[in-house]
Design a binder for this molecule. Structure first.
Ligand code: NAD
Ligand code: G3P
Length: 355
């Protein structure tokens, strides 16, 4: 009799990788998780706990862990890659000898590679040349997922088999998986919102109020949409879970690492201190630099990204930057309705003072 149980491999032993492994096991899959640390692997196997990244949560005992790529990838139909962007390509290269074209390869990582401004699914494509490639993104704080708080995510791929496989493997009564065919937009949304989460954490630490946070999130959405359109993504994607959904959660919760880095900066810590006190990767720190550079290169107006860059890397005090941003050019609310250029022209026509 053939074994019809789906096999799932998760590369990465961080909190989100672990939470996803446990969901797939809850759904009846045979799940094997790859990580570097043999002690952590042994703890997952013996105690069904990830003491380093998710110490307070029980992992489904059907999840096994190993430091051997060959063992983890053996027979896997679905491979979830949950590795920080800076190590993503290196780990995919390590996995490559045991990957095959029938498998579904999905990135969960919300970051950008510096060389060539590549998103993680582009790295999966480049390293394998395979067709079943997708991205998971959405408002998914790992510890809440691990607690089985009701959560939704997006699987984005232009390949229907990939979308259906991930919906089947991960969709359950506490985790709902919506489908998108805009892989680029969904992936870009996940990477971009990290910038604004840092800004939101900073604003909170400085005692700024709810009006401020709402303004920040809404203008962030405008900025994300502008950047996405300039790079050929569909701005409508940003109205979904991977855009506005993820922006809301990450800008509102100190469970977010990016928010926590921003909060530490707002309390007066240096960037190095803020990152060190986190002890985990906050992708947004690197993404600020890359997005700001790309926006300058492409002539995309991104005042929040520019302001954040100046605070993080040039020592401009956050409160001073907030004041400068408030006095920035008078602009349009929703530029897909009233273009920014029209507002500028109206102001020139009326002889209004220059911004
Ligand atoms: N944590 C969350 O709440 C969350 C939620 C949704 C999406 N994500 C995204 O998913 C990705 C994975 O997140 P996470 O929280 O599971 O893990 P993480 O980002 O904290 O990464 C930790 C894992 O990556 C491993 N790693 C780091 N460098 C490595 C290297 N050079 N070689 C091998 N392994 C290496 C670590 O050992 C650890 O197992 C992140 O990029 C994040 O953007 C995270
Ligand atoms: O902890 P962060 O800031 O990486 O955010 C986690 C997830 O992206 C939230 O959806």
């Amino acid at each position: 009799m053939s074994d019809v149980t789906m096999r799932v491999a998760v590369l990465g032993g961080g909190s989100f990788g672990t939470a996803l492994a446990s969901i797939a096991a809850d759904n009846g899959a045979r799940v094997c998780q790859w990580l570097r640390d043999p002690e952590l692997a042994a703890q997952i196997n013996c105690e069904h706990r990830n003491g380093r990244y998710l110490p307070d949560y029980a992992i489904n005992p059907a999840v096994t862990a190993s430091t051997e790529m060959a063992e983890v990838l053996e027979g896997a139909k679905l491979v979830l890659v949950a590795i920080p962007s800076q190590a993503f390509r290196e780990v995919v290269r390590q996995a490559r000898p045991w990957l095959n074209a029938e498998q579904i390869l999905v990135s969960t990582t919300k970051g950008i590679q510096e060389e060539g401004f590549k998103l993680m699914s582009q790295i999966l494509e480049e390293e394998t040349g395979f067709a079943h490639i997708g991205v998971i993104s959405g408002p998914n704080l790992a510890s809440e997922v691990a607690q089985k708080q009701l959560t939704a995510t997006v699987i984005a791929s232009d390949d229907p088999e990939t979308r259906t496989c991930v919906q089947t493997a991960l969709g359950c009564d506490y985790f709902r998986v919506y489908a998108s065919n805009d892989r680029f937009g969904v992936e870009l949304g996940g990477a971009l919102k990290n910038l604004y989460a840092i800004a939101a954490g900073m604003a909170a630490a400085l005692g700024m109020g709810e009006n401020t946070r709402s303004m920040l999130m809404t203008r962030a959405l405008a900025e994300m949409g502008r950047f996405a359109v300039a790079r050929g993504a569909n701005p409508m994607t940003f109205l979904g879970l991977a855009g506005v959904g993820d922006l809301i959660v990450t800008c509102s919760s100190n469970l977010s690492r990016n928010y926590r880095v921003g909060y530490a900066l707002g309390e007066g810590k240096t960037l190095d201190e803020a990152v060190a006190s986190l002890g985990q990767v906050a992708e947004g720190v690197n993404t600020v630099r890359l997005v700001r550079e790309k926006a300058l290169e492409d002539g995309v107006y991104m005042p929040l990204a520019e302001g954040l860059y100046q605070v993080l890397f040039n020592g401009v005090p956050a409160r001073e930057m907030a004041r400068l941003l408030m006095r920035g050019e008078q602009s349009s609310d929703v530029e897909f309705v009233l273009p920014r250029e029209d507002v500028k022209q109206d102001r020139r026509d009326a002889g209004a003072p220059n911004d």
